[in-house]
Design a protein around this ligand. Sequence first.
Ligand SMILES: Cc1cc2nc3c(=O)[nH]c(=O)nc-3n(C[C@H](O)[C@H](O)[C@H](O)COP(=O)(O)O)c2cc1C
Length: 296
Amino acid sequence: MAPTGAAGLLWYHGEAALARAANVTGIPYCLAMSSITPLDVVRREARGQLWLQLYLSPDAESNRAMIERARHLHFDALIVTVDTVVSPNREYNWRNGFNLPIKVNRRNALDLVIHPRWTLGVIGRYLLNEQMPRMDPIKRDERAEWSAIKRIRDLWSGPLVIKGIGCTEDALAALQTGADAIVLSNHGARNLDSASSPLALLPEVARRVAGRLPIWVDSGFMRGSDIFKALASGASAVLIGRAALYGLAAGGEAGATRSLALLREELDRCMAYAGVRTIAEIGPQHLQSDALATTV
Ligand SMILES: Cc1cc2nc3c(=O)[nH]c(=O)nc-3n(C[C@H](O)[C@H](O)[C@H](O)COP(=O)(O)O)c2cc1C
């Protein structure tokens, strides 16, 4: 499951609920460092593979401290996200009043009034048991070079994944740093409206990387058949972000588990229609190139 910061605003301790949903489904959960739920609470509640996502800070000591924390809490893998070098301009956040640090303002106060189930069930529970949900702005290393990833590689001996690769050159550079996998991603087109499509990029990256590094992908995979297309185009895994968040917002752990079950059922059905029994059998022979072109 893809890292999604602030999932705890959709459900009380939402990150822990997502971790349980992922783990009961049999997939790893990647916790975003911008988690509302404390890292140790998620660690306690997770039932399987738990990974941590990191943004590079310009302060080497913060990076080191975060990695030390990940080691101390026995996170199973580290995902470093490299596609958010500067703050994205999310116009919807001007309208909905979401800002960091989280504060009550005129716009979101209205949301508190007109969504009483959320106000009592989520925000109210935080206020009762802890405090107002907190999430601080992220300090970004706007000048990071590949050498910064090499330093992380030296500090973290576990599996290291680079997320947010948007071109073939960077996929090849990630390979040189000793990463264990890459995620082609445009952050769900939430950062830059004209960022390249990871699915369109996938066949070329797969050809150039040629089996030397597992290629994962995310951004807009909402159906099992979307996952099938990614696997057929050369990905060995697909990360799921918003599809699981919608389930979480609707029904907590049970809702997120249901979202994942729907995706699995759809993928199964798509495999049956394509006449394959296993994931390993899915390949480029199942794609009709002009059909792919219309979907990306
Ligand atoms: C609410 C939200 C918060 C996110 N926060 C993070 C984050 O903290 N770190 C990160 O690497 N990606 C973050 N992402 C990006 C996701 O990991 C993922 O790349 C993106 O949502 C595309 O996948 P999807 O189309 O399945 O949602 C976030 C996405 C969403 C929707």
